[in-house]
Design a protein around this ligand. Structure first.
Ligand SMILES: [Fe+2]
Length: 512
């Protein structure tokens, strides 16, 4: 493993379980010369708390490059964000906070690579359901010293109730109930839920080790969220959706180490990130701006939108015209159609459990991109305009590992781009949903999926893990890393698969 990204090799300091820094330290949204550093204060007795911060080249914080002071208060839920500027590109830094004479744990972060970088390496993840498992995936990523950043494709939190309605999978019986126990609906609820996540030692370790670039999916708001509601949002019981949506956005900005792409638009999360002259990373908001998911003929209405007019115009233009060598399209929910008509009941059972198809009918799941075919075609057309094999779609949300090839919307024989789907961090997949013994019946189901789903080159339907993408001008190597369980805290991970995509060639192949 390349260890050049941490020059010290020293182990991180543990996060205290009490005192002002119990929610840890974090960093995110790095640029060539800046990064956001974050912490959250507890047990503060003043109305406004003063916080000093320091950024250094070494973990001992002796070679200081920047320092300063900020304040926070209950208005920001005592969270602290500092946009530290004037840094060197492609460099590792260490940071800490001081308040009332108390020093925080030391975090490590890294700026984005130089514009002439020869390689970029990042992990990407999605779907961390607190009550479904331990965040071993975060713990293993935290141990790595070969990453420039961690990309989170969404479902950083789940807003769900600990006793959810029938259309959601309940948690595992492992003594990790959600706080609050009920579904998050108010500002206080979302703050309590994020605070619970930030008390987890693997969340601490992840954030203290790497900067995060985060997108978002529906559970940052509510299950099946769309522009004016969600599956279980009842305005009479829960109040106006706009108020709940604004609260969810506010708390996300408070508790993530993130920089608003437009400070005047707190409900804008979509943006792109330039990556070392090698790639442009597009981060999409697929949930908060979309038309209501519908089932039937209306689904094909060409005016229906998943992105909303502003985001769609931006994305289609940038994909088609970006000067970047690679386009990395961070897409919370996969583009690929994951259903085929006329399959056996057995296959349908697995596809329904995994939300690869409609819950009751022999058709697509309207909640996925399959439910917005016209807009998906517009994006695929932009990918085609950029040139085949110059884009790669990075997706999550389905909780399983997939390697797919996407084709031109009007010529299904013409491949355009590869789609790589990361498994969940903890959210339930095939064995947990169908109560199978792991790696038994799934082996045949996985072979059947590859045979019947167009463009599916490989899948693994039962493991939790993450994907590491190593990007050079010539190729992108994808490694799926799996943890052995999420039902207890363990340190074991294995390389589940390694595949490669060559620049200009819209196919994915085994790496060796
Ligand atoms: Fe999810």
């Amino acid at each position: 493993m390349d260890s050049t990204r941490d020059v010290t090799g020293e182990s991180p300091s543990p996060i205290p379980t009490d005192g002002p820094y119990r929610h840890g330290v974090a960093s995110g949204d790095p640029t060539l010369d800046a990064v956001i550093i974050w912490t959250r204060l507890s047990e503060i007795e003043h109305t406004i708390a003063a916080v000093e911060w320091v950024m250094a080249r070494d973990r001992a914080l002796t070679d200081i490059v920047r320092s300063g002071a900020v304040t926070t208060s209950a208005e920001h839920d005592w969270t602290v964000h500092v946009d530290v500027t004037g840094l060197e590109p492609g460099s590792t830094y260490f940071y800490a906070f001081d308040t009332d004479g108390c020093r925080s744990p030391v975090g490590r972060t890294r700026t984005l690579p130089r514009v002439d970088a020869s390689e970029l390496r990042f992990a990407f993840v999605s779907c961390a359901k607190f009550n479904a498992g331990f965040f071993n995936v975060y713990g293993r990523i935290a141990e790595r010293d070969d990453l420039d950043f961690v990309l989170h494709l969404g479902d950083y939190i789940y807003e769900a109730s600990n006793t959810p309605p029938k259309n959601q999978t309940p948690g595992a019986d492992i003594g990790r109930p959600f706080a609050p126990l009920g579904e998050c609906r108010t500002l206080d609820d979302y703050r309590t839920r994020y605070a619970q996540y930030h008390l987890d030692p693997d969340v601490h370790a992840l954030h203290a080790a790497h900067p995060m670039i985060a997108s978002l999916d529906d559970h940052e708001f509510a299950d099946g969220a769309w522009r004016e509601g969600s599956d279980n949002h009842d305005p009479e019981r829960d109040g106006p959706w706009a108020v709940r949506r604004a609260a969810a956005f506010q708390v996300r900005w408070e508790w993530l180490p993130a920089r608003k792409p437009d400070p005047n638009q707190p409900e804008r999360a979509f943006r792109s990130v330039e990556l070392g002259g090698l790639a442009e990373l597009f981060l999409m908001d697929y949930r908060s701006r979309r038309d209501r998911p519908v089932f039937g003929a209306e689904m094909s209405d060409p005016t229906r939108t998943a992105l909303g007019a502003e985001q769609r115009a931006w994305l289609v233009d940038r994909i088609a015209h970006s000067p970047a060598h690679w386009r990395l399209i961070g897409n919370p929910s996969p583009f690929a159609q994951t259903w085929q008509p006329g399959l056996s009941d057995d296959l349908h059972r697995s596809m329904r459990a995994l939300k690869f198809m409609h819950a009751t009918e022999d058709t697509v799941d309207e909640d996925q991109w399959d439910g917005y075919p016209a807009e998906r075609d517009a994006i695929l057309t932009a990918i085609d305009a950029a040139g085949p094999g110059r884009s790669i779609v990075l997706a999550g949300d389905l909780h399983v590992s997939l390697a797919l090839e996407l084709t031109h919307p009007s010529d299904r024989t013409r491949p355009l781009a590869v789609e790589v789907v990361t498994p969940s961090i903890t959210s339930q997949n095939l064995d947990e949903k169908l109560h199978l013994t792991p790696r038994t019946a799934a082996l045949q189901i996985e072979r059947d999926f590859v045979n019947v789903i167009p463009g599916l080159e490989w899948c693994e339907l039962e493991s939790h893990g993450y994907v590491v993408a190593a990007v050079t001008a010539e190729q992108i190597v994808l490694q799926w890393w799996f943890v052995d369980t999420v039902l207890e805290r363990t340190g074991v991970e294995t390389l589940g698969n390694e595949m490669v995509v060559l620049h200009g060639d819209p196919h994915i192949r085994p790496a060796r």
